[in-house]
Design a protein around this ligand. Structure first.
Ligand code: ZN
Length: 317
């Protein structure tokens, strides 16, 4: 444990931080499917994409707080790598409930990838955000994966209580009302190219839409094939990192067996905001998880993604 946790900084009010809002064109789901299929087929042997009613995401293996991904959709990029390179900025501590005022959504449902609240655990962690706020009522099913040792890739899974709504450093969230409705279903099997599932979708969108931003958020189910994830080593908090390349030395890489599930978002284009084009955190019913990189068994891999399309992209801080 780090002693820094005893002098925890106060939480930033996201309403008072710089916010860039970009209203997005939302092409029809059928149009998106048509234009991304060629890009997906360059990287995967078997590909299908269709418009479907969202499966009930409150059910296993997803276990989200709401059934669907529809209504008042937003994709957020909060903070960035400059919050931990060249040194960790512990003052970068945010509260997810601020997004209620920023979006005006009610209910507000948030899923995605972020760094867990450092002061709560006293170590950095990979956080699976799974949050719903209806009026003032909070349902928080957020959980984290973390490591307590620099030398041992053993790692731990912890759930956050309803009233622990903070996160650290950076986040990529998809928000909606969580209503049922039509979503994109994308299935890719047998990887033959170098790209991960989420990078491949981002690249395929970018190829067609160019400078126009298309932002998706949702869930990925990995039914077959192992995937590579990372959790941060505790020493990240203490040693300055000069570059993103060096960051690899401060990560434990782990292979997750199927089935696993991921939450996160995909953005097709960065208009110079230093944002992450894709970011997913994975979890399993065996309490394993971490930050998704790519699969390690391309011949047997099977991804199924369900995505909502965002009407607005919001960059904070
Ligand atoms: Zn991550």
């Amino acid at each position: 444990m780090d002693t820094e946790c005893c002098t925890s900084p106060s939480t930033l009010d996201m309403n008072k931080l710089p916010i860039v809002r970009i209203k997005l064109n939302t092409p029809s789901l059928r149009c998106i499917i048509e234009v991304i299929l060629p890009g997906l087929l360059e990287n995967f042997e078997n590909v299908s994409a269709e418009v479907v009613q969202c499966p009930d995401l409150t059910q296993p293996p997803f276990n989200l707080t709401s059934e669907g991904l529809c209504g008042d959709e937003n994709v957020f990029d909060i903070g960035d790598v400059t919050n931990f390179i060249p040194s960790i900025k512990r003052e970068k501590l945010y509260n997810v409930k601020d997004l209620k005022q920023i979006t005006g959504s009610d209910p507000l449902v948030i899923i995605g990838a972020c760094a867990g609240p450092y002061p709560f655990f006293g170590v950095d962690s990979e956080c699976v955000e799974n949050f719903k706020m209806t009026g003032d009522h909070v349902k928080n099913r957020t959980h984290v994966h973390m490591s307590m040792s620099d030398y041992n890739a053993e790692y731990f899974h912890k759930s956050l209580p309803d009233d622990e709504m903070r996160f650290s450093l950076m986040a990529n969230f998809f928000s909606s009302n969580g209503f049922k409705g039509e979503v994109l279903k994308i299935v890719c099997e047998v990887r033959k190219g170098p790209l991960s599932f989420s990078t491949c979708i981002s690249e395929a969108l970018s190829k067609h839409f160019g400078d126009e931003i298309i932002a998706l958020g949702g869930v990925i189910l990995i039914e077959n094939g192992k995937v590579k994830v990372h959790v941060i080593k505790p020493s990240l908090a203490k040693i300055p990192i000069k570059s993103e390349k060096e960051l690899g030395n401060w990560l434990h890489f782990i292979e997750l067996s199927p089935p696993s599930v991921g939450v996160g978002c995909i953005v097709s284009h960065d208009p110079g905001l230093n944002l992450r084009r894709q970011h997913f955190h994975l979890y399993t019913d065996r309490n394993e998880g971490g930050h998704y990189h790519n699969d390690t068994e391309p011949k047997t891999i099977k991804y199924t993604g369900y995505f909502g399309v965002s009407k607005q992209f919001i960059k904070i801080d």
